[in-house]
Design a protein. Structure first.
Length: 129
């Protein structure tokens, strides 16, 4: 992440001073947190970029493009450019004024692949029947 992007986010955080949403990880019945595990598998710089974008949503909600975009059916995506022409997405839904991080992946095509959306929809149904 460039210094200017971090400085810009710092300005956003000071403006709002408190989170409007709290992000939490989707948890499977077995107690695993797939999005957390996926983020931890990335490089330090990539984790920092994705984490900063998630924080921008937490502090700035409602927030639009380029950071956040609706996917329909109660799903949203946090949009992150993580360098080397790589794009990451974290799909989330809202439950009791919390953003529940359902699924994360590296985007390789223009449109969000259906299997990625289906997995997020399945997880959403588990927590919000």
């Amino acid at each position: 992440m460039s210094f200017s992007k971090r400085a810009k986010f710092g300005t956003i955080a000071r403006k709002f001073r408190s989170k409007k949403l709290v992000a939490r990880f989707y948890e499977t019945a077995a107690g695993t947190k797939p999005v957390r595990e996926w983020i931890l598998s990335l490089s330090h710089e990539e984790r920092l970029e994705i984490g900063t974008d998630i924080q921008r949503v937490e502090f700035g909600w409602p927030i639009g493009r380029p950071v956040c975009a609706p996917l329909g059916s109660g799903l949203w995506e946090v949009r992150s450019e993580i360098g080397r022409n790589r794009i990451a997405r974290v799909i989330f839904c809202m439950v009791d004024n919390e953003m529940v991080l359902l699924h994360g992946f590296i985007k390789k095509t223009q449109q969000t692949p259906q299997p990625e959306l289906e997995l997020a929809r399945k997880r959403k149904k588990e927590i919000d029947p």
